[in-house]
Ligand binder design. Structure first.
Ligand code: AMP
Ligand code: ZN
Ligand code: FE
Ligand code: FE
Length: 292
C-alpha cells in the first residue's frame, strides 16, 4: 500500500475527522494521503498536524469540485494555494449555496412523503448537514431507507431531484481554471462514473485538456482492471498522469470502500506501479504553475 489521493473527512461529508483519517492512514502504512473534501480545503492543515507522529506519511492538500454538466463530473485539485482569493470566494459562496439547498431538500423530501427535519439531519451527523450523505444517513437512522445507496437511488440522485433541488455549480472548464489559477494541479476524478461512450468521453477529455487538465484518476475503487488499463492508455495519448484514489468516506457512508485499498482490494497495485504513479504526481506538483 502506498498512496490514496482521494479521501473525504468531516470537513465535507466524510465520517472521520481529518485527525482520525490520518491516524487510520498512518496505521495502515499509507505513505501519501490527499484529503480531497468537497468544496473545502480546511482538512489539510489539521491532517498535516496529525501526521507529525507518522514520519513516513506525507499529506497533500486537495479539493473536489462537482461540475454542472454531469452529476459525476468531478475535478480534483492538488497543491492549491488555500489563500487564493478566487478559490476562497468560491468556497464561501458554495457554503451558502449548500446551506440554501438544505431547505429545498427538506421540502422535496416532504413532497415525496418523507418526514425529516433539519434537527434530525444534524443529530445524525454530529451537527453537520451540508451534504447529501448527511441527509441519507439521517434517513437511514430513521428507518426511512435501509442503506445510504437506497436514499440516493430513491430520492437524492433522481433526475427530478437533480433538476429541481441541486445547487448551482461551475462548469468543468471553470473548475479547472479555478484550480490552476490557485496554483493547483487539476485531475479528472473517477472517469468511469461518467458512464460515457468512449467517443463522447474522449471529446470531453480533449476540451478539459485544452483548459489545463493534467491528470486522470485511472485507479479508482470501482474501476475494473480493464477500465484502469484503458484510462492509462488514454492518459498516455493525452499527456496526462494517472492517480490512484479510493474516495473513502467512512464505512457508514460508503460501506464497500476501504481507505487505501478501495473495493475488495481493487487498489492493491504492484509496488513498482505505485512508485511510478507517486513520482509522476510529485513531478506534476513540483512543476505546477498557474499559467494556463
Ligand atoms: P453533495 O456534494 O452534497 O451533493 O453530495 C455528493 C456526495 O454524495 C458524493 O461525494 C457521494 O459521496 C455521494 N453520492 C452521490 N451520488 C451517490 C449515489 N448514487 N450513491 C451513494 N452516494 C452518492
Ligand atoms: Zn462525498
Ligand atoms: Fe466525486
Ligand atoms: Fe470524492
Amino acid at each position: 500500500m502506498w498512496m490514496d489521493l482521494h479521501t473525504h473527512t468531516t470537513c465535507s461529508d466524510g465520517q472521520y475527522t481529518p485527525e482520525e483519517l490520518v491516524k487510520r492512514a498512518g496505521k495502515l502504512g499509507i505513505c501519501a494521503l490527499a484529503i480531497t473534501d468537497h468544496d473545502a480545503i480546511s482538512g489539510t492543515e489539521r491532517g498535516r498536524n496529525a501526521a507529525k507522529v507518522f514520519p513516513e506519511l506525507e499529506i497533500f492538500s486537495g479539493i473536489e469540485i462537482s461540475a454542472k454538466e454531469n452529476p459525476q463530473l468531478h475535478i480534483l485539485g492538488y497543491g492549491i494555494d488555500g489563500n487564493h482569493p478566487d478559490l476562497q470566494a468560491y468556497i464561501e459562496k458554495n457554503k451558502r449555496l449548500r446551506m440554501g439547498r438544505r431547505e429545498r431538500m427538506l421540502a422535496f423530501l416532504q413532497e415525496k412523503g418523507v418526514s425529516l427535519t433539519l434537527e434530525e439531519v444534524m443529530a445524525a451527523n454530529d451537527g453537520r448537514s451540508s451534504g447529501r450523505p448527511h441527509f441519507a444517513k439521517a434517513m437511514l437512522e430513521k428507518g426511512i431507507v435501509s442503506s445510504v445507496e437506497e436514499a440516493f437511488d430513491r430520492y437524492l440522485a433522481t433526475p427530478e431531484y437533480l433538476q429541481r433541488v441541486e445547487r448551482p455549480k461551475p462548469t468543468a472548464v471553470e473548475s479547472i481554471q479555478m484550480i490552476r489559477k490557485a496554483g493547483g494541479v487539476a485531475v479528472l476524478a473517477h472517469p468511469a462514473k461518467l458512464k460515457l461512450e468512449s467517443s463522447a468521453f474522449l471529446e470531453l477529455l480533449s476540451v478539459l485538456c485544452e483548459t489545463g487538465l493534467q491528470g486522470i484518476e485511472a485507479y479508482y475503487s470501482t474501476h475494473s482492471k480493464k477500465e484502469m488499463a484503458w484510462y492509462c492508455k488514454i492518459a498516455k495519448q493525452y499527456g496526462l498522469f494517472c492517480t490512484c484514489g479510493s474516495d473513502f468516506h467512512g464505512e457508514i457512508i460508503k460501506p464497500e470502500i476501504a481507505l487505501g485499498t478501495g473495493k475488495n482490494g481493487s487498489l492493491f497495485l504492484p509496488e513498482e506501479l505505485e512508485r511510478e504513479l507517486f513520482r509522476n504526481f510529485k513531478h506534476a506538483l513540483s512543476n505546477r504553475s498557474n499559467k494556463i
